[in-house]
Design a binder for this molecule. Sequence first.
Ligand code: SF4
Ligand code: SF4
Length: 303
Amino acid sequence: MSAVEGMVFNIQRYSIDDGPGVRTTVFLKGCPLSCIWCSNPESLDPLPEVTWRYTSCRRCGTCVAACPEGAITLTDDGILIDRNGCSRCGSCVAACLPGALALSGRKMTVEEVWSVVKRDRDYYEVSGGGVTCSGGEVLGQPEFVAALFRRCRAEGIHTCADTSGWGSPEAMETVLRESDLVYFDLKHLDPAEHRKLCGRSNGPILRNLELTVARGVPLVVRLPLVPGCNDTDENLAATGALVARLAAGAEVHLLPYHHYGESKYRMLGKEYPLPEVESPAPEALERAKTIIESYGLKCDIKK
Ligand code: SF4
Ligand code: SF4
């Protein structure tokens, strides 16, 4: 039995967007990037975080009394959590009977995750599905991902790593060794723009993309399409040209920006960064697809 542990914030069964077939997606906590369009803000911090559900809160104040750090204040509109003062002890979560509070993220062993994953092996078999590790960033927990994938492969279950590509080459190698497929995000090809939008340069990402191609692991390149951020013809053309040059057989998926993550920002006491940005129009998506396809690549628009 493996004692390797990972910090997991969600295990989503019956997923159909994170690789072929029906899958179980294991979401890992912690990401080195901070993309302004991120729809999983609970994935950024590598440690557990308290979330607060506005609609479930009865404004009873029980959590205020339960907090040993004095980090919670009752307001007319619910509660305020001082994130700097919070020690992530979870006392407030245990005290909140309506279930408005939760701790997002907990350490799990490979065997604990496997015990969930294995329940749906019949679905994987029938649909050609399997297991995906996503994030957060899988390269932040490479040993855990590799150990989980090894466990899956030993039982004939397909494995997919969904990565931003930002991590060390050693981490990438570790994950690649146990991956049957890689979903690889390319957010912006200009290093300065990438730093502005995602908090870091894209240098390590491009190096790890080359490494993925060199190791021969099947690859799908994914481009989140965010109006006004990375949807210029220039960036789309640069992306198409790079993928065609490095990995001509790779598929490209366009991921239209959406507001699905907005409520999660409120649950974490954070401001939603792009409230004014709309999802790309169908014509803009088709135009982006045409540009990518002009490089001889297969391109799909995802939901
Ligand atoms: S204990 Fe729960 S319901 Fe009561 S104020 Fe705190 S978060 Fe709201
Ligand atoms: S997790 Fe602990 S320290 Fe943080 S707000 Fe809740 S009770 Fe206070």
